[in-house]
Design a protein around this ligand. Structure first.
Ligand code: AMP
Ligand code: MN
Ligand code: MN
Ligand code: MN
Length: 285
């Protein structure tokens, strides 16, 4: 497991959050695509972990527990992936429950904003796509806006709606960076900054994020992810080395029809980096 040449896919979503496949179907797809080490990382929710772990085990596929926690940092939403933690940890479970808590209210406000621009009943529409009503997300609104013909595809949705400055965007207070990293750490997991290239931070804000993340005990960043361009693989490989952080690899797969990069279909992690799985050898199930 020491090598960077390992088909590890440590970031994807099931129907337990905003993916369209069950944990079992994802496990099967991962295995068919040649994944050697897998993790299901639903947003703010670990309800799919047992099913994912059992399915992986039945296929002889190595598995790490996973989650992607929504965090508010510098007036933006940042995602922190946790890997290899104990899913029965009570503090982690309570923290995730609190983080999920405001989603329904937020979704109703998003719907009211959409109503004002002539899109009625978006909350009810989005809810139909949510496999888990506790975890209604912008992705479910996006699917509804596409299926009801308001937009051609989800990228048009996020260009015209649901993002800052557009109808359907509601400021929301998620977990703090310190809380999210602490929940993961005290449940014996490793904290990873998800897709750092996606946040549009200034260099100063990004420096603050990396520095504070490390100070709280964070240990890795995603370098090769479906959310980065090839230029960003190079940029964040350098950042991992500069900040002495391990590197992760994950597709961020959500759906066969929506995701650009399939499970297991990423380039290798650059060889000079410390793969995050080196820190997690004793946590593999
Ligand atoms: P939420 O947690 O409700 O804010 O929803 C965030 C989710 O929306 C992300 O995890 C993505 O799945 C999806 N998303 C956000 N921005 C985009 C985008 N520009 N294109 C496609 N999906 C997006
Ligand atoms: Mn998502
Ligand atoms: Mn994310
Ligand atoms: Mn994700």
């Amino acid at each position: 497991m020491k090598s960077s040449i390992l088909n590890a896919d440590l970031h994807c979503h099931s129907v337990v959050s905003d993916g369209t496949l069950t944990p079992e179907a994802l496990a099967r797809r991962a295995q068919l695509n040649g994944v050697e080490l897998w993790s299901l990382t639903d947003h703010d929710e670990i309800g799919g972990q047992t099913a994912a772990q059992l399915a992986a085990k039945s296929m002889g596929l190595s598995y790490l527990t996973g989650v992607e926690i929504s965090v508010s940092f510098a007036s933006k939403t940042v995602h922190i992936v946790g890997l290899g933690f104990d899913p029965n940890n009570a503090q982690m479970q309570a923290g995730l429950k609190a983080t999920r808590g405001g989603r329904e209210e937020r979704a109703k406000e998003m719907s009211q904003q959409l109503e004002r621009v002539g899109i009625a009943n978006a909350f009810e529409g989005a809810l139909q796509y949510a496999g888990n009503p506790d975890l209604i997300s912008r992705t479910h609104f996006a699917r509804h806006l596409v299926q009801s013909g308001v937009c051609q595809d989800t990228s048009e949705v996020f260009r015209r709606f649901l993002t800052p400055g557009h109808p359907g965007f509601v400021e929301h207070r998620w977990a703090s960076l310190s809380d999210a990293v602490t929940w993961i750490r005290q449940a014996q997991g490793v904290a990873v900054i998800a897709h750092p290239g996606r946040y549009d931070f200034t260099p100063n804000e990004e420096f603050a994020l990396f520095t504070e993340f490390k100070a709280h005990g964070g240990q890795a960043i995603e370098v090769v992810t479906g959310s980065h361009t090839p230029d960003e693989y190079v940029e964040y490989a350098a950042m991992a080395q500069e900040f002495d952080l391990a590197a992760s690899r994950g597709s961020d797969f959500h759906s066969p029809s929506e995701s650009r990069i399939d499970l297991g279909a990423l380039p290798w992690l650059p060889g000079a980096l410390t793969p995050v799985w080196e820190l997690l050898e004793d946590r593999v199930l």
